[in-house]
Design a binder for this molecule. Structure first.
Ligand SMILES: CC(C)(COP(=O)(O)OP(=O)(O)OC[C@H]1O[C@@H](n2cnc3c(N)ncnc32)[C@H](O)[C@@H]1OP(=O)(O)O)[C@@H](O)C(=O)NCCC(=O)NCCS
Length: 162
């Protein structure tokens, strides 16, 4: 399964109760509503979306779009929707949005203990490039910094051109 049956749309202030409940459920250091409000207001620099299945929010993402860099700031899938391809689908959509916006590469930070997310990111072409020691305030955990190209390397995806 992927994003089949899920409708993606920009996050709105009216979503914040539901997003906050998921955030509390899924993260040990949940973002406060004020951060989501700031992202919702920044329609230019931030791709902040929710995915709904049957009118219920089942996933969301906050992605910063810079001139060259796309940064995955938040990506989450409701516990009962996980491991069905929704996270991979949402990440693909985010990377496609970045390519559309002209971003050349994507970055993110992830807890070193978050093996599920690290596997997902590796599967989508990210690789670990650095470590931020003591990055997470709640338990002082290190963050793995991951990086992915958004443009094909020279010679790739050029079938038929030779
Ligand atoms: C990380 C997260 C977004 C993945 O979403 P998901 O919908 O479960 O991911 P997918 O079903 O698309 O899985 C894609 C790949 O991720 C990896 N993966 C996902 N869940 C996994 C698990 N429980 N164990 C091992 N690998 C896992 C696998 O490589 C999987 O591919 P596969 O199913 O072909 O083996 C989701 O687990 C989540 O919301 N976690 C809590 C919030 C979070 O940690 N967000 C990331 C912050 S950086």
């Amino acid at each position: 399964m992927t994003g089949e049956g899920i409708v993606l749309r920009p996050m709105e202030t009216g979503d914040l109760l539901a997003v906050g409940a998921l955030e509390n459920d899924l993260f040990t250091e949940p973002w406060p509503a004020s951060i989501f409000e700031r992202e919702i207001a920044d329609r230019q620099g931030s791709w902040t979306v929710v995915g709904l299945r049957d009118d219920r929010i089942v996933c969301y993402a906050v992605v910063w779009l810079g001139a060259a860099e796309l940064h995955i700031a938040n990506l989450a899938v409701a516990a009962d929707e996980q491991r069905r391809g929704v996270g991979g689908w949402l990440l693909d959509r985010a990377l496609a949005r970045g390519r559309e916006a002209g971003c050349l590469y994507a970055t993110l930070e992830v807890r070193v203990s978050n093996e599920r997310a690290i596997r997902l990111y590796e599967k989508k072409g990210f690789r670990a490039v650095a470590m931020q020691h003591g990055y997470y305030v709640d338990n002082g955990e290190d963050a793995l910094v991951m990086w992915a190209d958004l443009i094909p390397a020279l010679g790739e995806e050029q079938d038929g051109l030779v």
